[in-house]
Design a protein around this ligand. Structure first.
Ligand code: CO8
Length: 255
């Protein structure tokens, strides 16, 4: 692994982006490593949550400008450059972004592909692509607008300015803001909690929340209700409710 550092603690896998010389710029090689690592783990029943983090200075400073600079439009289209980031977004294991420092361009988009974003007080988010003569390309006009609304998305995308963690939390991009030195610990605590619950219910919950961004209210409510009904086919539902009634902690098995 050239650009990632990986740790596993029980059911939680932590991936640290590690390209310090390029401020963790998201190259094609880094993406391939990330998917090569997390793709198989997504099918491992012993894994319950991923945490993605960077360094103290930078989560990720965007896509790799050096890699992209000389490319042609035809080349970009024929290789469908960065389409595989959707494979990362589609991983069914919950993903937590633990963000210190810069989360710019593709770095901000990577955070938005995660299910929770825990940010340090000094973290900075932005979509500065307009300054490079391009636009965001992996969700910065689409996910961002759904998360923070048109007014804030236009402000960020058209001016290329950064926003701090508090503003990002207020507008719905960030789940929690904590002191800088607490970011990873907070993310790991949340990850351990998520990983302790029934895997089927957690995945279903994640899918239902995301469905809200993709569909109308009526269809979304019906989808949620049907998934809720279906979970009564799982052992974990019986165990969770029985344990509550017996006033003991549940023992989930993910089935
Ligand atoms: N790509 C490649 N290298 C980078 C990047 C990057 N995104 N960001 C920083 N670096 C490199 C610098 O070139 C520099 O390298 P070197 O030492 O060899 O000169 C090194 O990292 C350190 O950078 P700085 O000296 O600039 O560090 P500073 O602390 O002064 O500044 C900043 C930090 C503010 C983060 C600054 O580096 C910066 O503005 N970086 C670029 C941010 C940016 O524009 N990001 C958007 C990139 S485009 C993008 O993400 C589009 C995604 C969609 C593509 C999808 C296509 C379908």
């Amino acid at each position: 692994m050239n650009h990632l550092k990986v740790e596993r603690d029980g059911r939680v896998v932590t991936v640290r982006l590690h390209r310090p010389h390029a401020l963790n710029a998201l190259s094609s090689e880094l993406l391939a490593e990330l998917l090569g690592l997390l793709g198989p783990l997504d099918h491992d029943p012993e894994v319950g949550c991923f945490v993605v983090t960077g360094s103290e200075k930078v989560f990720a400073a965007g896509a790799d400008i050096r890699e992209m600079a000389g490319k042609s439009a035809v080349g970009m289209m024929s290789e469908d450059y960065f389409a595989a980031w959707e494979d990362f977004a589609d991983l069914r294991t919950p993903k937590i972004a633990a963000v210190n420092g810069y989360a710019l361009g593709g770095g901000c988009e990577l955070a938005m592909m995660c299910d929770l974003v825990v940010a340090g007080e000094s973290a900075l988010f932005g979509q500065p692509e307009v300054r490079l003569g391009v636009i965001p390309g992996i969700g910065g006009t689409q996910r961002l607008t759904r998360l923070v609304g048109r007014a804030k998305a236009m402000d960020l995308v058209l001016t290329g300015r950064t926003m701090d963690a508090r503003e990002a939390e207020r507008c719905g991009l960030v789940s929690r803001v904590v002191p800088d030195d607490r970011v990873l610990a907070e993310a790991l605590e949340a990850a351990a909690a998520i990983a302790s619950y029934g895997r089927t219910a957690v995945r279903a919950a994640r899918e239902c929340v995301d469905r809200a961004l993709e569909t109308g209210l009526r269809d979304g409510l019906r989808f949620e209700r049907r998934v809720f009904h279906a979970l009564f086919a799982t052992d974990d539902q019986k165990e969770g409710m029985t344990a509550f009634l017996e006033k003991r902690p549940p023992r989930f098995h993910g089935r």
